[in-house]
Design a protein around this ligand. Structure first.
Ligand code: SME
Length: 151
């Protein structure tokens, strides 16, 4: 996959006029889901800093029960606290993990910063073990820099 091209495609989606934030983010989720075969669930969570929870935003993939995740819980909740990307090669080896489905084998969660504040994250699950590389990480971190511009 050419991540440069993919990033440009994502940027055009984020610039589309007449679409609100939700629609743009859903478009980005769909683009990633359709473009990268091992991205099996792609979604955004957003932080409610007062309640210290993450709330599910736009996503593409199987429906999930985890619409509210407390800070600190699971991979997503840990990223809400750590402000750092969390790349998991094997979810079964994680103690603090929230399983959405037994088909998920690996996961990457990348924080989304707006004006230095961690406002949420992009979360991607894969049915393939150790699916995500340093290239995926770099791509998703660059993507979130672009996503930040619509906030
Ligand atoms: N696996 C995540 C929960 C969210 S679902 O993957 C959509 C976690 O451990 O935080």
């Amino acid at each position: 996959m050419d991540y440069k091209v993919l990033l440009e495609q994502a940027k055009s989606i984020l610039k589309e006029s007449g679409k609100d934030k939700e629609q743009k983010l859903l478009g980005v989720c769909q683009l990633l889901f359709d473009s990268i075969p091992y991205y099996d669930w792609v979604g955004f969570y957003f932080a409610d800093h007062d309640r210290r929870v993450l709330e599910l935003g736009p996503y593409v993939g199987d429906e999930t029960d985890h619409v509210i995740i407390p800070f600190g819980k699971g991979i997503c909740g840990q990223v809400a606290n750590s402000n750092e990307t969390f790349l998991v090669d094997d979810v079964t080896a994680q103690d603090n993990y929230i399983a959405c489905s037994i088909t998920v084998k690996s996961e990457i969660v990348v924080p989304l910063f707006v004006k230095g504040v961690n406002i949420g994250q992009i979360d991607i699950d894969s049915h393939t073990k150790a699916a995500f590389t340093a290239e995926d990480q770099e791509f998703l971190e660059n993507l979130n820099l672009e996503v930040a511009n619509i906030f």
